[in-house]
Design a protein around this ligand. Structure first.
Ligand code: BDR
Ligand code: CA
Length: 309
């Protein structure tokens, strides 16, 4: 059984990721914490509660965290529509649970401290909450089995030419977590997620599978249209669900240990994730992150679909 905390900014693909974890028998979902990212904090928190209600998991505590990045303005992502769920948040049931009053960082601390086994944290939004946790409570690092982070793009970005959205929103937090900390970390960047896109057949099978699948399918049209408009693609990408899939089955994504840097400047590559792939004598000493650069796309698509249906 993998004990798990999800830190998230739902977000269409975040909703899929939460549902994947909430319905997985091998996952003990201990908490969901929210952060401003795809949309503002009030909506990411409400959406997380709604997805858990859809999955009949009102028992999972949800707590709101940072309402803005460390030192940058709030910048959302139009891919996820006006409510963060493609304008279709109303398809989710009204949540019966309220946000946990402790807030995201305190809830993570309490869950980690109380656990007698190490806990995995999957972070699928900007890294503000995770950086705050590690900075303010360094002793909890020993309770973290692994961070699995969806973010970055070694070969290029999505929100800008150079930067991936989650890192671009709060590069200072990302640098703290990916460069300055030493908790074992797997990074799931665009390099692998963009290869594992899904399309009509996948979506139709999901929609026909029952109430959870049909509600998840109902939040995708705006997101899908955005992929067509911005990338000229007929398919779309469930970035965050890949990070949870890797938690469910460690090793599903093929990783390479790399030293990373995050561009915290305000220049054209602000928020870029840089990987040192020179090898040999050029390698600076420092922390290695397992970067998922490869996976079998058909295996990933089936893995996610089978578990959601
Ligand atoms: C990441 O940014 C958000 O738009 C998605 O939810 C995902 O976490 C992809 O770049
Ligand atoms: Ca996200």
């Amino acid at each position: 059984m993998t004990r798990l905390i999800i830190d998230t900014d739902p977000g269409v693909d975040d909703a899929f990721a939460i549902a994947l974890a909430a319905r997985e028998p091998g996952i003990d979902l201990l908490a969901v914490t929210t952060v401003a990212g795809n949309i503002g904090l009030d909506l990411t928190t409400r959406n997380a509660l709604g997805v858990l209600a859809l999955c009949d998991r009102p028992d999972v505590p949800v707590a709101a965290g940072a309402h803005r990045p460390f030192s940058r303005p709030v910048r959302g992502d139009t891919a996820h529509g006006v409510d963060g769920l493609g304008g279709a948040a109303a398809v989710l049931p009204e949540p019966s649970a309220q946000p946990d009053p402790r807030g995201a960082v305190q809830l993570m601390v309490d869950v980690l401290t109380a656990s007698d086994e190490p806990v995995t944290i999957v972070a699928i939004g900007p890294l503000t909450n995770v950086a705050l946790l590690l900075a303010a409570y360094p002793s909890v690092r020993q309770k973290i089995e692994r961070l699995v982070i969806m973010g970055g793009g070694i070969a290029g970005g999505n929100i800008t030419t150079a930067a991936e959205f989650n890192i671009w929103v709060d590069p200072e937090a990302a640098r703290r977590v990916l460069v300055e900390e030493d908790v074992p970390t797997t990074l799931v960047p665009l390099d692998v997620t963009m290869r594992c896109s899904v399309g009509d057949d996948w979506l139709n099978r999901l929609a026909r599978s029952g109430p959870v699948g049909s509600a998840l399918a109902a939040i995708t049209p705006h997101y899908r249209a955005w992929y067509a408009e911005f990338f000229g693609r007929d398919d779309f990408v469930m970035h965050d669900a890949l990070a949870v899939a890797e938690v469910i089955q460690p090793g599903l994504l093929r990783t390479t240990p790399l030293r990373l840097e995050v561009d915290c400047s305000d220049g054209p590559s602000s928020g870029a994730t840089l990987a040192d792939r020179r090898g040999g004598v050029h390698q600076d000493p420092g922390r290695l992150v397992d970067v998922a650069l490869d996976a079998d796309p058909d295996t990933i698509r089936s893995f996610i679909l089978e578990r959601l249906t």
